[in-house]
Design a protein around this ligand. Structure first.
Ligand code: AP5
Length: 208
């Protein structure tokens, strides 16, 4: 049966970067609620218009909207190996996910917590650049884009929005650490290490 892995951690911890590696090397399908929302904003859909207000302020989009998106995606992907990147982010989202999976006779297989300090996050996000064509993530210092690749900066990577996102993470998302610890599903990786070392730790956890 397909595995369901959750990447949990503050903004800028490297969740998206590592999800891309697991996709490339092992075919895991990455579901990033942030990417889905940004795509909707770009296309100017109803969802995008609603989400933009929250995202620009670094706040969370309402739970029912997000849960609806995930439900649809999980239906679509059937039995694939999946990484949930940026979902769940609140206790009600986690409970909704457990219920959704239960109905299919499945459960979350592992939750990987990306452990990193707020200072490191600010350093990383202010240097993050994204290739709008492929969605690939770079860093001007730690992982510079190849020559000829044009990159942009995300709207919510301004310092005051980053600080708000961190505050929201500590208040609303961090309680999930206890939630998954009590289910014996939590694994912690040191996300402050270089990209390749973090990847090694994750592969160890997932026995890949
Ligand atoms: P989302 O897109 O999920 O943002 P996030 O969780 O804040 O995560 P990021 O994408 O910022 O960081 P990341 O951990 O993926 O780091 P990355 O790999 O890019 O959400 C955006 C918004 O959408 C939210 O604020 C909210 O409004 C809304 N939203 C989304 N999901 C929601 C939900 N479930 N409920 C409600 N609202 C929701 O790496 C960061 C940088 O560091 C890059 O430049 C990278 O190159 C570099 N880097 C990565 N790893 C390393 C390393 N080991 N060493 C050095 N540099 C590194």
């Amino acid at each position: 049966m397909g595995k369901i892995i959750i990447f949990l951690g503050p903004p800028g911890a490297g969740k998206g970067t590592q999800a891309q590696f697991l996709n490339k090397d092992y075919g895991f399908i990455q579901i990033s609620t942030g990417d889905i929302l940004r795509e909707a904003v770009k296309k100017g859909t109803e969802l995008g218009k609603l989400a933009k207000k929250y995202m620009d302020e670094g706040k969370l989009v309402p739970d029912d909207v997000i849960v609806g998106i995930i439900k649809e995606k999980l239906e679509e992907l059937g039995d694939a190996n999946i990484i949930l990147d940026g979902f769940p982010r609140t206790i009600p989202q986690a409970q909704a996910l457990d219920k959704m999976l239960q109905e299919k006779g499945k459960e979350v297989d592992a939750v990987i917590l990306f452990d990193i300090s707020d200072e490191e996050v600010i350093k990383r996000l202010s240097g993050r650049r994204v290739d709008p064509k492929t969605g690939k993530v770079y860093h001007i210092e730690f992982n510079p884009p190849p020559k000829g690749v044009e990159v942009i900066q995300r709207d919510d990577d301004k310092e005051e929005v980053i600080r708000k996102r961190l505050e929201v993470y500590h208040q609303q998302t961090e309680p999930l650490v206890e939630y998954y610890k009590s289910q014996n599903k939590l694994y912690v990786v040191d996300a402050s290490k270089p990209v390749e070392e973090v990847y090694k730790e994750i592969k160890n956890v997932l026995k890949l």
